[in-house]
Design a protein around this ligand. Structure first.
Ligand SMILES: [Zn+2]
Length: 169
């Protein structure tokens, strides 16, 4: 088993659509960033890379690289998932918290969890998206932050092998 933690924060930018967890959420302001600025997927990507012991998101997809300008952040998750599968690992579960005073996320949490689970190829029950405000304290007014924790387990084939070993003991 491997565990990973990820954190990210982006400022509001009035000229962009708001993307969270791969879902476009109607709001007056989106987030500033080199890519599509999906703060939740960035936190998740860093949790996955962290669990794998790989370089962080900023190192693998540097903002200085024009290739990642306005990039769909789902690409980062797909890259992390490919690395995970190469190592015979699978997502056990994901837990996340989005910290935003606006917009209200209540109506979108389930949709974000479904979008993330589809992206990871797991059941929606394996992905939790929680919402939190800052009660008006900074930086909740200026942008959105996100935390993510992932637990990776042996993929099915390698888990069977592991069970066979323990039975022989
Ligand atoms: Zn980011």
């Amino acid at each position: 088993m491997r565990i990973g933690i990820g954190y990210d924060i982006h400022r509001f930018d009035g000229k962009r659509p708001l993307k969270l967890g791969g879902v476009t959420i109607p709001h007056a302001r989106g987030l500033a960033g080199h890519s599509d600025a999906d703060v939740l997927l960035h936190a998740l990507a860093d949790a996955l890379f962290g669990a794998l012991g790989e370089p962080d998101l900023g190192e693998q997809f540097p903002p200085s690289d024009p290739r990642w300008r306005n990039a769909d952040s789902r690409t980062f998750i797909k890259t992390a998932c490919a690395a995970m599968r190469r190592r015979g690992l699978a997502v056990g579960n994901v837990d996340t918290t989005v910290i935003a005073d606006a917009p209200k996320l209540t109506g979108y949490k389930r949709r974000m969890s479904r979008a993330i689970s589809a992206l990871l190829g797991v059941a929606p029950g394996q992905v939790s998206v929680k919402g939190k405000t800052t009660e008006g304290l900074a930086p909740g007014k200026a942008g959105i932050a996100a935390h993510a924790v992932v637990l990776l387990t042996a993929a099915q084939g390698s888990r069977l092998k592991a069970r066979g070993r323990s039975r022989g003991r």
